[in-house]
Design a protein around this ligand. Structure first.
Ligand SMILES: [Ca+2]
Ligand SMILES: [Ca+2]
Length: 544
């Protein structure tokens, strides 16, 4: 056997042995034949439906398992479409299941104004009501480019809106640095509370940075060029913005802080744009987390999502994003890594209810990022009192997929199962905590994080409210408030596979647990589950 054959076999053997999870990634087409899709999202209502925004002015709905989307909303008569204009964004209210409210972002036929409008559900859950309620219009009369187009609710319940700088090149009116106009900004609105003084159907949260001072109250952050796509990390609430650059740099900004100035038009990415060279002092602006240059055909960042899906397709916390022109899809974990080099025009990424990620190709398709070597953990978190103890976490992995487990804390020890292949169990122990402060340790299992929290050495008491949770037959969710001293940790555990904890599987001090269930069909009796939080058990009953 020639040496290079030996080397080849060794390489294959090493690949089988180490089995890096991302090597098994692929793009699976979910649906094709779409008309210029620019966004995909979900309603958060337990139905697992995907909603696909088409630029011309339609929203399609796709039931899970189906490959035939149907029309949810058609507002083509209102929308000016083409180039960077069209129906650009969609956001469902966090309580859409209860209130049926959702919001769209489009450029208006006639004058090109940017419109944020509200629509509502109808009695047919797959067809929205066509009644429009105007929320906000932003004049955009001169140029057709840089309309922004993203809107999404933050974990604070407010609606965030990414608005472009008004267009042309180098922002001639300097809109992005002007707090008296809404162009070139991230806005933040409370859509649950009108403002009778301003006569608007929304209000500006009182801690928006320009409330009670010069500048538009709706503004949350300034200095954006064209924040075409942004997202919130569903675990941490941190906002990630892909801000499209001009001729040189593409950037990703995070976190986005109230009153932050993200640099445009003084800076393009981390570089001085030389439009206002006298202002190029980095101390006055927030530089991007990272930027990249226009090499390899790259021209326009498409902001994406932080992966938190339960299937473990990517390591938890990985930020996925891409470039519209090159078709490249990248992962960011403190460095840029190329995952796919596609022929797509990537208009957007998107997230389903489980946190799995999708890629939208403007040429007409929607694909999902899947892995042939997925890994999941049950549970994903565990709390201990100050005395410590031991426990275990079950790992579910495909046969042949190997993994390792490691602790980041000196008081958290892996005592068995530090390595596995396929399904397995990791056993660990937690030392006693002599301090009065709570603490958090992490077990990292093949890039995925298992959270161990431990209360401080104090007496802990816990209260939950409400004490029971009814769910309607079509599915829905609820919120349980947890009250505890700040030194005290807790976990929330469901006793039923149909009863999902979507937010707050663990916490310390005061917090909330959000749960959800899908429709309950075809049974004679209601079904009963329970969520146990620290020492309290909250029964949840879903009607038949
Ligand atoms: Ca103001
Ligand atoms: Ca910037």
């Amino acid at each position: 056997m020639k040496p290079r054959h030996v080397a080849y076999l060794v390489t294959v053997a090493l690949m089988c042995w180490s089995m890096p999870l991302f090597a098994e990634l692929r793009l699976a087409t979910v649906v094709g034949g779409l008309s210029a899709p620019v966004f995909v999202g979900h309603a958060g209502d337990g139905t697992n439906r995907l909603f696909i925004v088409e630029q011309r002015g339609t929203i399609k709905v796709l039931r899970p398992g189906s490959s035939t989307p149907t029309t949810f909303l058609d507002i083509q008569t209102k929308v000016l479409s083409g180039g960077e204009q069209g129906l650009l964004g969609l956001a469902f209210h966090p309580r859409y299941f209860w209130n049926g409210r959702f919001f769209v972002y489009y450029t208006r036929r006639g004058d090109g104004a940017l419109v944020i409008a509200e629509y509502g559900a109808s009695t047919n859950s797959d067809i929205a009501s066509s009644t429009e309620t105007m929320l906000l219009t932003i004049p955009h009369p001169i140029q057709t480019n840089h309309n922004g187009g993203m809107l999404a609710f933050g974990n604070d319940g407010y609606l965030y809106i990414g608005v472009g700088d008004g267009g042309s090149g180098n922002d001639p009116p300097n809109n992005a640095q002007n707090a008296d106009v809404l162009l070139g900004k991230i806005l933040r609105l409370n859509v649950d509370q009108p403002d009778p003084v301003a006569a608007t159907r929304y209000s500006s949260p009182p801690d928006n940075p320009f409330v009670n001072r010069t500048g538009r109250d709706e503004i949350f952050a300034v200095g954006l060029r064209n924040p075409w796509r942004f997202s919130f990390d569903r675990l941490t609430g941190q906002q990630w913005v892909g801000d499209v650059g001009q001729n040189v740099r593409e950037e990703v900004d995070t976190p986005i802080v109230a009153g932050g100035n993200y640099g445009w038009r003084v800076y393009e990415g981390a570089s001085c744009s030389n439009v206002d060279p006298a202002l190029c002092n980095p101390a006055n602006f927030i530089t991007p987390l990272f930027d990249f240059s226009h090499v390899n055909g790259r021209c326009s960042v498409t902001g994406g999502y932080v992966y938190r899906g339960a299937l473990g397709v990517l390591a938890s916390g990985t930020y996925l994003y891409g470039d519209f022109c090159s078709g490249e899809i990248f992962a960011w974990n403190d460095a840029q890594r190329l995952l796919f080099d596609t022929t797509m025009n990537i208009s957007s990424f998107g997230e389903d209810e489980q946190g799995e990620l999708y890629v939208v190709d403007l040429n007409g398709s929607l694909s999902r990022i899947v892995s042939d070597c997925s890994l999941t953990m049950r549970p994903s978190t565990q709390s201990f009192d100050a005395a410590g103890g031991s426990s275990e976490v079950g790992v579910t992995a495909s046969a042949g997929c190997s993994w390792t487990a490691a602790s980041n804390a000196p008081w958290l020890h892996v005592i068995a199962g530090a390595r596995g292949n396929g399904n397995g169990t990791v056993q660990y122990s937690v030392d006693a905590n002599a301090s009065a402060s709570a603490r958090t340790g992490l077990l990292t299992i093949e890039g995925q994080i298992y959270i161990v929290i431990q209360s401080g050495n104090v007496t802990c008491s816990y209260a939950v409210s409400p004490s029971s949770g009814p769910l309607p037959q079509p599915g829905g969710g609820g919120i349980i408030a947890v009250t505890a001293p700040a030194e005290c940790t807790w976990t929330a555990v469901s006793n039923s596979p149909w009863l999902l904890i979507t937010v707050g599987a663990s916490g310390r001090g005061n917090g909330q647990v959000i749960y959800a269930a899908g429709a309950y069909i075809g049974r004679a009796q209601s079904r009963r589950g329970a969520i146990t939080i620290a020492t309290s058990t909250v029964p949840v009953t879903q009607s038949r």
